[in-house]
Design a protein around this ligand. Structure first.
Ligand code: SF4
Ligand code: SF4
Length: 261
């Protein structure tokens, strides 16, 4: 997988032999996008997943983009203008600071990306009911698209390191073909494991491949008689089962291209 990403990044399958000149070439040819990171009601798992790109991370973050804002990435307190902002976490409607920071990010960023399922679909913060110290009034957590316009969503709890890296590179290259499904997903905010039943099985689209069950990180899905079966008490509403299902929306031509089929 890593070799494929490196190939996609244009730095070859053997990075130790190649990368510097290639990366410098990319850096010279492409203007560096100014990227910010806003951390709302999330667990930092999404940014941790980004960091798990290991040996391509330095090239990605230092040579291909400028990190201009983000409490865990840059020592900057005033939010600057940004080409793209990654927003992690859902937004708590009773937290004035979070609401203000999200709205400011929308004003100052060209593209707002819902980064991870909490931002994209609400994920397990959908179950928040308040009543806990020190802020029992913090009870309503919603996907960021409920409050501001979102341009692109990368669901996942967390999204894989590969898809984060590829998305950043697609933004740099203006690869709309790659980004289009994620642009479409910006409207997928009411996620649930039951989507498979309603939108795939009931529509006679399911091929029984089991991808949904494999993708579910809480094992809320099992395959019964060749079809997915949901244990709803385990579902955290991340939406990744539906996103990964090959019969939901993912463009087959692009998968073939990426896999070299
Ligand atoms: S991933 Fe989609 S097609 Fe495959 S078993 Fe699940 S619902 Fe059916
Ligand atoms: S069934 Fe699993 S993958 Fe699907 S939304 Fe629920 S927790 Fe997420």
């Amino acid at each position: 997988m890593l070799a494929r990403i490196k190939q996609f990044l244009g730095i070859g399958a053997k990075p130790k032999e190649v990368p510097k000149e290639e990366v410098e070439k990319v850096a010279e040819e492409k203007a560096k996008p100014r990227i910010g990171y806003v951390h709302l009601s999330g667990c930092t798992g999404d940014i941790m997943s980004l960091s798990e790109n290991y040996d391509i991370l330095a090239e990605l973050l230092t040579n291909m983009v400028d990190i201009v804002y983000g409490q865990t990435l840059a020592d900057v307190w005033e939010m600057p203008e940004m080409d793209l902002v990654l927003v992690e976490g859902s937004v708590c409607l009773q937290d004035e600071h979070s609401v203000k920071e999200l709205k400011e990010a929308r004003e100052k960023a060209g593209l707002v990306v819902a980064f991870g399922s909490c931002a994209a679909t609400g994920c397990f913060t959908r179950y928040s009911r308040g009543g806990q110290q020190a802020r029992p009034d913090h009870e309503s957590f919603v996907p960021i698209a409920d409050l501001v316009k979102v341009d692109c969503a990368i669901p996942g709890c967390p999204p894989s390191p590969e898809i984060i890296a590829k998305t950043v590179v697609a933004v740099i290259n203006g690869d709309m073909d790659y980004l289009q499904p994620m642009i479409d997903l910006a409207g997928y905010t009411e996620a649930c494991g039951c989507d498979l039943q309603y939108k795939v099985v009931n529509q006679a689209l399911c091929i029984g491949c089991g991808t949904c069950a494999m993708a579910c990180q809480t094992r809320a899905l099992t395959m019964t008689d060749g079809r997915p079966e949901l244990t709803s008490a385990r579902c955290v509403k991340c939406g990744i089962c539906y996103v990964q299902c090959p019969r939901s929306w993912w463009p087959a031509d692009r998968i073939k291209q990426d896999l070299g089929l």
